[in-house]
Design a protein around this ligand. Structure first.
Ligand code: NAD
Length: 262
């Protein structure tokens, strides 16, 4: 299926690893030029080297998304190198785990700045360019937790709902400009972060990695975790010409884990 995004320009944040990297790779394979970001320069450079082999133009901007300066650098890099942004994929590192009484004021503020304000600031800078060009795709990365909260993840559960509210409201405001706004909400997806969490759990409980993996897989109807590429395919579809009539939605990609919700 031709997604119709050859030659488009995509900004992908938190793109050196995991879901962000898979999204960057998929969009590049479909012909989109990229501005990619993540915190550490070395990791970002190695991601850029891998993506460059695909043959599209890649510009990298390292920096922490919670800093306003990083957001401005991403926007400036896009404008200086390409003069426009067509696709904006808004991703960031996950908030620290913990229940309500395990996290403090500083954790709440850090989560708000990293996950919510970074996205808000990027949309504020980039959407006017999309409005001018009468074409845009804005895609937020949230989590299956927007359907049902996950125990011990108060920060993530809360901030994803705030992002969902922003996403839905933006979709109404931007629809007349031919800009769609959606969210992709992954279930358990096997990235470095999740691998690390499983290894930690195995150590803590005296089980093997395979046993912990089997336990987690058993709650997912397809009996396995998702692959980052499976999240990326859905993002790429939302970014496509064919998805022009799809806006204001959260697409849950979770191997059936949340099959009880509409
Ligand atoms: P990952 O650890 O594999 O990759 C995270 C990426 O984000 C890296 O490139 C890292 O450098 C970058 N990053 C982290 N904090 C950053 C910051 N402050 N500024 C700039 N870059 C930053 O993680 P992942 O599993 O791909 O998760 C990505 C997002 O998806 C997270 O918000 C996570 O909570 C969410 N999520 C993941 C899963 C899952 O099962 N993997 C499920 C639902 C939601």
């Amino acid at each position: 299926m031709d997604l119709g995004i050859d030659g488009k320009v995509a900004v992908v944040t938190a793109a050196s690893k995991g879901i962000g990297f898979a999204v960057a790779k998929k969009l590049a394979e479909e012909g989109a030029n990229l501005v990619i970001n993540s915190r550490r320069k070395e990791n970002l450079n190695s991601a850029k080297a891998k993506l460059s082999r695909i043959g599209v133009k890649i510009v990298s901007v390292s920096g922490d998304l919670k800093e306003k300066e990083t957001i401005e650098n991403i926007y400036n890099a896009a404008m200086e190198n390409f003069g426009k942004v067509d696709i904006l994929f808004l991703n960031a590192g996950g908030p620290r785990p913990g229940g309500f009484f395990d996290v403090d004021e500083k954790d709440w503020k850090e989560t708000f700045e990293t996950n919510f304000m970074s996205a808000q600031r990027l949309v504020r800078l980039i959407a006017p360019n999309m409005i001018k060009n009468r074409w845009g795709r804005i895609i937020f990365l949230t989590s299956i937790s927007v359907r049902n909260p996950i125990k011990n993840l108060i920060l993530s559960n809360s901030i994803r709902m705030a992002i969902t509210g922003m996403m839905k409201t933006l979709s109404l405001e931007l629809a007349e400009h031919n800009i769609t706004v959606n969210a992709v909400a992954p279930g358990y997806t096997l990235t470095d972060r999740v691998r690390q969490l499983l290894e930690d759990k195995a150590k803590r409980t005296g089980k093997t990695y395979e046993e912990v993996m089997k336990e987690l897989s058993s709650v997912i109807p397809v009996h396995r975790l998702g692959k980052p590429e499976e999240i990326a395919s859905v993002v790429a579809f939302l970014a496509s010409e064919s998805a022009a009539f799809l806006t204001g939605q959260t697409i849950v990609v979770d191997g059936g884990q949340d099959a009880t919700s509409v």
